[in-house]
Design a protein around this ligand. Structure first.
Ligand code: ADP
Ligand code: MG
Length: 488
């Protein structure tokens, strides 16, 4: 008789090849082979949630892998054994997650030094522009951030973002900084809070190093000052900041500033400063509307490699309206319950969590998502995020299969000639993804779609590009497909 644990480890090795490591660990951690009798192989899961996920998606794969060991295998059985998550349960398979790599720029994880006393808070990798979910309420700030990143020191200088707390200002600011660094790794991007700036000025005055202070800030290519409302009325620091600001501005360096109010409303600040803030691009981030809140929750689930029922996410998105941070807070609390206690998230659980964390929110006990918005598209479960996105589209064929499945049409339809809307649009979306993600030539894409002309592909890409500006549904569909492919 073969050692079941060994066999199961072999199966896991095969499965691991087919998905990002983080995702693999999430779903297969603490599984255990229970028995093999009369052609039936029983696999144990630590909670119903992981069991369901694996059963739905990997039964075939597991069966094939096991068949190599047990020729007379006829059936797989998935069972839940809550005790498996216990530390001292030796039956489970322990998978160690790989340590995450640190980037060169982040020294000690918190600060970056550019020499001669010039320091920046480390930009957080998780704040990327392309992980910022957009909708009508924040499309303008997002587009402006992209423009700034593409052309720092250009017409959107200074770039001033304001809005209430928890709406993504820091994310946008750091995302822009990260993008500038991605385009130009040698750029000196300094991210600093106004408080820190004030402290530095005071320290420089105390130690009579004002000249050095002035010098070092001249070397900055992009200065990001978050939460400038805390700058208050310390006049010397304001004066210094004014000079620094002007120096940088005059030499074409990018300035990015955030605040909880408009430049005009910053009454503690010198008028000369606030009027300069208004010279470039001033944008407001507003609370995202329901659809965007839902998309944000989906994105966060993916990042955690976890699936939560659409109804539960809808319930959170419906009730938490004012702050994305609060939205995340509720979700994190639910994810913790899933991971630590193996609970299956339900709408009732979401309501309880909301009540606990946000007493002021009036929770609707009769909440049903379909009353408030379109249901999630076709109920396809979200695939957790891929760590190395680009490699995850295995080939055009895989992509076509995914798109066809998503829209519930056949692959023949996708590459065929039918121009009815329900077929044409998926075809065009598919072409668009290939072009965008795989950088394939228009001719080659046309050939892959049953020998179509390259202008057809070009037209499709333009059309989808345009629709993405206005049609929230396409944005969502594309997002969901990319999720399914592990691209976002
Ligand atoms: P602020 O600086 O405005 O107080 P943050 O940038 O700290 O807000 O945002 C709070 C949290 O919400 C962060 O974790 C951020 O990543 C997330 N967040 C805010 N807006 C979005 C968005 N549009 N898409 C994705 N995540 C967002
Ligand atoms: Mg902030």
């Amino acid at each position: 008789m073969q050692d079941l644990n060994e066999v199961w480890r072999g199966v896991l090795k095969i499965i691991e090849q087919t998905m990002p490591r983080k995702v693999f660990v999430t779903w297969f951690q603490h599984t255990a082979p229970m028995s093999y009798e009369n052609g039936v192989f029983v696999i144990c899961f630590p909670n119903p949630f992981t069991k369901e996920w694996v059963e739905k998606r990997h039964t075939g794969q597991i069966f094939d892998a096991l068949k190599m060991n047990f020729l007379d295998l006829t059936e797989l059985k998935f069972v839940v054994e809550i005790g498996l998550a216990n530390q001292d349960d030796l039956r489970k398979i322990e998978l160690k997650d790989e340590p995450t790599k640190r980037t060169r720029r982040v020294s000690g994880g918190r600060e970056v030094s550019f020499g001669d006393g010039l320091r920046s808070k480390a930009l957080q990798e998780k704040y990327k522009l392309n992980s910022f979910i957009t909708g009508p309420a924040n499309r303008v700030p997002y587009a402006a951030a992209q423009a700034v990143a593409a052309n720092p020191g250009g017409i959107y200088n200074p770039f001033f973002v304001y809005g209430k707390v928890g709406l993504g200002k820091t994310h946008l600011l750091q995302g822009t900084g990260n993008e500038i660094l991605r385009n130009n790794p040698d750029a000196v991007v300094v991210y600093i809070t106004s408080e820190r700036f004030v402290n530095e000025v005071i320290e420089s005055i105390r130690t009579r190093h004002m000249k050095e202070f002035k010098e070092k800030y001249r070397r900055v290519d992009c200065l990001i000052v978050d939460d400038i409302q805390f700058f208050s009325s310390k006049t010397t620091s304001q004066e210094e900041f004014f000079h620094t600001f002007n120096d940088l501005f005059d030499s074409g360096k990018q300035l990015i500033i955030s605040s909880d109010r408009t430049p005009k409303e910053l009454s503690d600040l010198d008028d000369r400063l606030t009027s300069r803030f208004g010279m470039g691009m001033v944008v407001e981030v507003q609370p995202p509307e329901y659809e965007t809140r839902l998309a944000i929750l989906q994105e966060k689930c993916m990042n955690e490699g976890i699936i939560i029922d659409g109804e539960v996410l809808s319930c959170i998105a419906y009730h938490i309206e004012e702050s994305v941070r609060d939205l995340e807070g509720v979700l994190k609390s639910i994810i913790a319950a899933v991971k630590l206690q193996g609970l299956v998230p339900t709408v009732a659980m979401a309501m309880d969590t909301i009540k606990q964390l946000h007493k002021a929110v009036d929770v609707r006990e009769d909440f049903v998502s379909s009353d408030h918005a379109r249901p999630l598209h076709s109920g396809i479960p979200i695939v957790p995020v891929s760590v190395s996105a680009k490699n995850f589209i295995r080939n055009v064929d895989h992509l076509m299969t995914t798109v066809a499945k998503y829209f519930n049409i056949s692959k023949q339809d996708l590459v065929g000639e039918d121009r009815r809307k329900e077929i044409l649009l998926p075809r065009q979306i598919c072409m668009y993804i290939i072009r965008k993600e795989m950088d394939e030539a228009y001719e080659k894409i046309g050939a892959d779609f049953g020998g179509k002309n390259h202008t057809t592909v070009l037209h499709a890409c333009h059309k989808i590009e345009k629709m993405l500006q206005t049609d929230q549904r396409i944005v969502r569909d594309l997002h969901a497909i990319k999720q399914e492919l592990g691209l976002v």
